[in-house]
Structure formats: structure tokens, C-alpha cells
Ligand binder design. Structure first.
Ligand SMILES: [Mg+2]
Length: 372
């Protein structure tokens, strides 16, 4: 049944960087007196009528069972009052530090995908230092970050994103995990199912009822069973259990947009001609997105008439897509808003997609869910 899974790709080198208790660590760095306290980044509930959530807690606070997104009120109940300190988040400061860390990342590669201020993926398959050793690059980066910012970070290194992320989680705090292709199955076998992405509390309970507790248990399951029981999520879980994650690392520049525009001489006066061209653009954009395993969430049309008046219209799509027909349907709707330009003649017509994201297995799995 394993042929239901897509062909694995173990050729890439992906690093996942995660700063350790980032906001809390920045505050402690700037005010060392906080180091011996259970530090909560979040508004003190005693001064906010009990409102607010924990943005970050330092490791001491975590020992009391406090975690991000917990209500500050609950944190206050878990930690003795003599130990607990609340500090309001200073996002401007965190953004500054984050920008500094991103500069260090870009010394290695521009294939950097930021997930949050304190978290990013780097694809170092081809990197600026010409290094073959991704773990060596991770070590360099970790050292540089510590030297320049006095902050600790954790790294996971592997051939795809989810393994790299599981690796950095495993390495915390201030560690590094390398998962080689030939080690992935063993590493995953030893993990509790809660360590797998997408397996939340509810799904965990369902698995536990079936006596499934570890990655090893997941690996023994029939892919088709996971598909039928958990649908699309089950398919992701099956892929993860077998060390498969084909999502690319998408840099900011790539995420932004991809487009096609052309000048027409003679100008376009006929709607059908414009639509024929938009259909062509849509297919080309679709091909381009599919080649890179991207989907797009927003479509932008640009028209310029013979008087050099230019107009752009954008539309958010109901769901991210790289399907040529769906792109064309949306393009047609957008064109209906600007077809007045046909009167003077359209000299430039452009179509672009933005809000790009990793296609997230969608294409691979679609067939499986439509055939009963
Ligand atoms: Mg973090």
C-alpha cells in the first residue's frame, strides 16, 4: 500500500531555526534581574481585570506548567506570587532583533522562509558559502547569533521541513539535531504521536484508543486506513510517518508574486481577444506555480489603455490554487470590472498571482479523495 505515498525526496538540505523562549530571552538579556524569576511576557492580569494571554514564558515559568497562549490568569494561579513577573511585550524590540538574526541567515542563503519573528526555515542545498554540511552551517549560525545577540537558539537539520522542525523541537534549548535520510524512519519511530505535526489533542485520543502511541505504531498502519479514517489529515500523517514532506522552502521574494504582462500593438478592442490572452496567461501562471509546488491566494489584473491610463484590480480567491481553470475564472471576473478600457483600446494587459504558499500536498492527494 505504500505506493499510495508520493515519491520521497531526500536530496534537499533544510534547516529549521527556532529561538529559545524568544521574547522572554530578549527581556532577560536586557534586564538580567529577571533571570531568576518565572517570567511571563504578557499583561499582568491583576492590572487588566484578568484579561490577557501568555505570549512567551521563560523555562522557569514552564516548569510550573505555563505555556504560550495560556491565559495570564491561569499562569498566576500556577506560580507562587513571589516568583512570578509579568512584562508587557515590546514587539518593536523583538522585530529589531529578528531582523538582525535574519541578516545572519541571509549570509548563508536567500532561501529563507520566516514563520514567525523567532522561527524560520532555510534551504541550504545550494548556499552562499558553498558548504556541503548543513549541520556545520547550523552550528555557525547558532554561534553567530549567540555571539552577536547573546540569545540562544535551537536547530533541526534534515532533508525536509517537518523533520527539520521536529529536530529543532527535540534539540531545545540551545541544541542541534541532525536527521539524515537513513535515520529518519528510526527517529520518527521513537517519537510520541504528539510530536507529529497536525496531531492535536483530539486526534491523539483517537489514536490512543486504537493503541497507537508512537511513530513506530503509525508506520505499521495501512496508508489507506489512515486516509479513510482521517481523510486529508490522515494522508499527511501517513506521509510524515514515512518521513515525507515535499513542501518547498519559500523565500519572501518568491512568496510575493509571479506575473505576466504584454504590450499589444495593435491595441485590443475586442473582449474575446482580451479573454483569449488572459486564458493563455492563466495556463502559463498555473504551469509556473505547479513547477515550484506553489499555490496562490490572490490574483491581480493590470490594464493600460491608449491614453496611458493604468488600472489594477485584485481579488482574493476563495482558496489558494494553482489550477489554470480556476485562475482563469477569477481573471475573467476581474476583467469584467475593467472592460470599459476596451473603448480606447487596451495597449497593455497583465495578470499576476500573489500571496504564494507551498502547495501543501494538495495536488498529490486530490485524486485519492475523489476516487471512492
Ligand atoms: Mg521559539
Amino acid at each position: 500500500m505504500e505506493n499510495l505515498l508520493p515519491q520521497n525526496n531526500t536530496k534537499r538540505k533544510v534547516i529549521h531555526l527556532d529561538m529559545d523562549a524568544f521574547y522572554a530571552s530578549v527581556e532577560i538579556r536586557d534586564n538580567p534581574e529577571l533571570a531568576n524569576k518565572a517570567l511571563i511576557i504578557g499583561q499582568d492580569p491583576r492590572q487588566s481585570n484578568g484579561h490577557g494571554v501568555v505570549a512567551t514564558a521563560n523555562y522557569l515559568a514552564r516548569q510550573y506548567g505555563v505555556h504560550s497562549a495560556m491565559s495570564t490568569m491561569k499562569a498566576l494561579k500556577l506560580i507562587p506570587e513571589s516568583k512570578i513577573v509579568f512584562v508587557n511585550p515590546n514587539f518593536e524590540k523583538y522585530r529589531r532583533v529578528s531582523a538582525q538574526i535574519h541578516e545572519f541567515m541571509h549570509e548563508l542563503t536567500d532561501q529563507v522562509e520566516s514563520v514567525a519573528l523567532d522561527e524560520a526555515y532555510l534551504d541550504v542545498t545550494h548556499n552562499k558559502l558553498g558548504s556541503y554540511s548543513a549541520i556545520e552551517l547550523a552550528a555557525q549560525l547558532q554561534e553567530k547569533i549567540f555571539k552577536e545577540t547573546k540569545l540562544t537558539s535551537s536547530f533541526g537539520v534534515s532533508y525536509n521541513k517537518f523533520l527539520a522542525k521536529m529536530g529543532s523541537e527535540y534539540a531545545k534549548p540551545f541544541g542541534r539535531t541532525l536527521i539524515l535520510p537513513q535515520e529518519a524512519m528510526d527517529f520518527l519511530a521513537q517519537q510520541p504521536i504528539s510530536a507529529f505535526p497536525g496531531i492535536g489533542k483530539k486526534t491523539q485520543e483517537q489514536f490512543h484508543e486504537m493503541n497507537i502511541f508512537t511513530g513506530a505504531d503509525l508506520q505499521k498502519l495501512d496508508v489507506r486506513f489512515l486516509l479513510e479514517r482521517f481523510k486529508k489529515m490522515g494522508y499527511f500523517i501517513a506521509q510524515h510517518a514515512h518521513g515525507i514532506d515535499l513542501r518547498p522552502v519559500i523565500s519572501e521574494r518568491q512568496r510575493k508574486s509571479s506575473g505576466i504582462e504584454r504590450t499589444f500593438e495593435p491595441n485590443i478592442f475586442v473582449e474575446n481577444t482580451a479573454l483569449t490572452n488572459l486564458r493563455k496567461y492563466s495556463n502559463q501562471l498555473s504551469e509556473k506555480l505547479k513547477r515550484k509546488s506553489f499555490t496562490a491566494q490572490t490574483l491581480v489584473i493590470k490594464v493600460r489603455n491608449n491614453n496611458f491610463e493604468t488600472i489594477t484590480k485584485r481579488q482574493k480567491l476563495p482558496h489558494a490554487t494553482n489550477n489554470g481553470i480556476e485562475i482563469y475564472q477569477a481573471a475573467k471576473e476581474l476583467f469584467a470590472q475593467v472592460n470599459g478600457f476596451l473603448n480606447q483600446g487596451i495597449r497593455l494587459l497583465g495578470l499576476s498571482v500573489t500571496d504564494l504558499q507551498a502547495s501543501n500536498y494538495e495536488e498529490i492527494s486530490l485524486d485519492l479523495f475523489t476516487t471512492e
